[in-house]
Design a binder for this molecule. Structure first.
Ligand code: AMP
Ligand code: MG
Length: 391
């Protein structure tokens, strides 16, 4: 049995970074920017008015000062001429500030009769002008890698980048195995249950940036599994669920090896999730998850999410951990690292009493996995513990 860290570094060695592709901005949300991109223009490209009002020369601004309005500058339609002493140009938000002007008096501080204006209010010191390039200058760079947020997309659009270089999404094939499984919505026989992990894992992996395909359930027989592996062909990562223990019907490794899978490890010193398997299928990776629903989901979080991040060029690191205080005493841990379902509220970790690896209802109430290291001593309420947030 190897440790969680050893298993993770072996898995990292099985995968490479995905190729780079360009996608339209409107499809880039949540994708991973693969290369630095530089602004192809400055924003704003000209000194722009921040308010509706009158553009004048700053040195003339004073209460009672009078000006003649000589024209208009609107957004998209600037004023071609100069502003000289005693002159003003009617201006609107986002419009270019005309040559000669360096102050915008807001319209609330002005009274106007025909083409004459008089400053009636206290204008203050703010010129109400956004200098050219105040947001960003041409050539300024958005750095990669990063997961593109809504704000990033707005910024890229403003930088005039219509197509964005991103990592291709890893194609993940998910194979559920077991004669007892049927899909949700089907009519299960008396000895059957509904395949559940598949859906939890698809949600988790897609949220981590994968394109996950749920393949038909494979029964516990070699031909069914061979067919499933055949359907998985072309995937960047093949993930099997179940059939990975040492029971008579646990034949996933056997079938995969007969098809050419080179196993790199089997069994990890962790709870839940001991029967985890990693291997190489040609130039692609295969990960065999345990079938118990919580084991599969915990292994998904601890191993698959970091592996996907590595494939997306986001670095090769385990899930980040935070610290909370124990709400109650925690007994000593065993020889396997234990990932305990817990709820962390306001920095306090409430570890659920029932940690059975089949209980999805408990996992669904949890928002954290409290990590109890190998052979950890008992800890008292109030002690600091490490946890991994779940989303
Ligand atoms: P196995 O690893 O195949 O022995 O499965 C361990 C346990 O997990 C058994 O109780 C299976 O019925 C259950 N199981 C396996 N795969 C799934 C799945 N996709 N959804 C829900 N339960 C599963
Ligand atoms: Mg099974």
């Amino acid at each position: 049995m190897i440790t969680v860290n050893e298993a993770l570094s072996q898995l990292f060695s099985l995968v490479g970074e995905m190729p780079v592709e360009k996608v339209p901005l409107a499809q880039a949300a949540g994708r991973v920017l693969a290369r630095d991109v530089a602004a192809t223009r400055s924003q704003p490209p000209f000194a722009a008015s921040a308010m509706d009002g009158y553009a004048v020369r700053a040195e003339e601004v004073a209460k009672g000062a009078k000006f003649t309005v000589i024209g208009e500058s609107a957004a998209g339609h600037g004023f071609g001429g100069d502003v000289r002493a005693g002159e003003a140009v009617r201006i609107f938000t986002g419009a270019p500030v005309p040559e000669g002007a360096d102050f915008v008096v807001i319209q609330e501080d002005v009274s106007r009769i025909s083409t004459q204006i008089t400053i009636t209010g206290d204008t203050g010191a703010n010129s109400n002008i956004r200098p050219a390039g105040v947001d960003f200058a041409e050539g300024e760079v958005m750095t990669a890698p990063r997961i593109l947020t809504a704000a990033d997309l707005a910024l890229l659009a403003s930088m005039n980048i219509p197509r964005v270089p991103v990592r291709a999404q890893p194609d993940v094939a998910l194979i559920s195995t077991g004669d007892e499984l049927v899909m949700p919505g089907e009519a299960p026989g008396p000895d059957q249950i509904i395949a559940s992990n598949t859906f939890g894992l698809k949600a988790m992996l897609d949220a981590a940036g994968a394109h996950t395909r749920i393949l038909p359930i494979a029964g516990d027989n070699a031909p069914a599994m061979e067919m499933a592996f055949d359907l998985a062909r072309g995937a960047d990562l093949v993930v099997t669920i179940g059939g990975a223990s040492v029971g008579d019907h646990d034949i996933v490794a056997q079938v995969a090896q007969a098809l050419g899978m080179e196993q790199s490890f089997y069994k990890v010193a962790m709870r839940p999730g001991k029967p985890l398997m990693g291997g190489r299928f040609g130039d692609k990776a295969m990960i065999g998850l345990p079938g118990n629903p919580v084991s599969a989901m915990v292994c998904g979080q601890i191993f698959l999410v970091p592996v996907l991040r590595a494939m997306l060029g986001l670095g090769r690191a385990p899930c980040p951990r935070l610290t909370a205080r124990l709400a109650a005493d925690l007994p000593a841990g065993g020889p396997r690292e234990h990932y305990m379902r817990a709820r962390v509220d306001a920095g306090v970790a409430h570890v659920f009493s029932n940690q059975d690896s089949s209980l999805l209802s408990v996992l669904s109430q949890a928002n954290a996995l409290v990590v109890s290291p190998q052979d950890s001593p008992a800890r008292a309420a109030g002690a600091d513990v490490a946890y991994i947030p779940l989303f």
